[in-house]
Ligand binder design. Structure first.
Ligand code: VAH
Length: 314
């Protein structure tokens, strides 16, 4: 049985639905602190779980014969800067609870997401390498970097098969984003449809690595389905698809909504974005387990608008 922790989040909802399609609804248990997300209702088992409660998690793992754990619960970059100690505590304790129970119960596989946020202002910005200077300047980035070190440690010392991807900014329409710096690239679609205008909290030339959620979900499943021997990176794989700036995505949206206008009012999130890479070198993921993105800016924009128009109409 698979347990998804943080199943009601931006990634969790879609990952749960994809895993249920692959393994059968009854075999994927969704859990979150929040109440069950609309899209998950009626599609499989749901339990309320506070991942910070190690005993509760341990009982759940035993009672439901859990053999794989996907840990998606975390405080993201922007929210984390508002409450650094809480973000550190939640992001680290949740991971250590899962890793230690995985070791004790001999869980087959664990998935835990890292992020491009592990890189800082001193890392190379173009085609940021898998191995390079890593000096994160946000608590979220610090917790993700520390988490990567713990994942590698639990794999090397205890043989826990934990796997991880450094996600770029993820764009999706099925579930709300969770307080990230890249969330402008989701908000812009909603505002373009509803208001025909958007005030962006990042400056027009802020290039960031981005990915459409279908690619992120497929990458996660392809990584988890790969033979153990292919996984050479046990901290977290760089993962890339595209890079764009607010100016570029606005121009792409204008092709579909000509009257759309954008203006810029950078806030505290600009400093976070300035410290991040502009594009990723994901050679290791491509060589080790065959990673290849399918969505680029044009295709993603068309798909986002098509799907959001349907939901807005409802
Ligand atoms: C954030 N969406 O903005 C997340 C992600 C690379 C960005 O980690 O914090």
């Amino acid at each position: 049985k698979i347990l998804v922790i943080g199943a009601c989040g931006q990634i969790g909802v879609e990952l749960t639905l994809a895993l249920r399609k692959m393994y059968g609804d009854a075999n994927v248990i969704a859990s979150d602190l929040r109440e069950e997300h609309e899209l998950l209702k009626g599609s499989g088992p749901y339990v309320s779980l506070d991942v910070m409660n190690k005993e509760m998690l341990h009982v759940l793992v035993i009672r439901h014969n859990i053999t794989q754990i996907y840990l998606l619960a975390a405080i993201l970059s922007a929210t984390g800067e508002k409450n650094p100690l809480l973000a550190w505590h939640i992001n680290m304790a949740s991971l250590l609870n899962v890793l230690d129970i995985a070791k004790e119960e001999g869980i087959d596989k664990v998935y835990w997401p890292s992020s491009i946020a592990v890189f800082g202002p001193d890392s190379p910005k173009e085609s940021t390498p898998q191995h390079t200077i890593i000096e994160p300047t946000t608590i979220y980035g610090i917790s993700k970097f520390a988490g990567e070190r713990w994942c590698e440690y639990y794999h090397n010392r205890y043989g826990v098969d934990v796997r991880s991807l450094r996600y770029p900014g993820l764009i999706s329409y099925k579930s709300a984003p969770g307080g990230g710096t890249t969330d402008y690239a989701i908000e812009i679609f909603h505002e373009a449809l509803e208001e025909k205008k958007y005030t962006c909290f990042l400056s027009e030339g802020t290039y960031l690595p981005m990915m459409y959620m279908p690619d992120a979900i497929r990458a996660t499943i392809e990584l988890m389905e790969s033979d153990k021997g292919k996984i050479k990176v046990r901290s977290s794989y760089n993962l890339g698809a595209m890079s764009f700036s607010p100016k570029e995505i606005a121009a792409e949206i204008k092709k579909h909504i000509p009257e759309f206008t954008i203006d810029y009012a950078p806030d505290y999130r600009q400093a976070i974005a300035n410290g991040w890479p502009q594009s990723m070198d994901d050679e290791n993921a491509r060589n080790d387990w065959g990673w290849k993105p399918e969505y680029y800016l044009e295709k993603m924009t068309a798909d986002m608008l098509k799907n959001l128009k349907e939901t807005v109409k409802k």
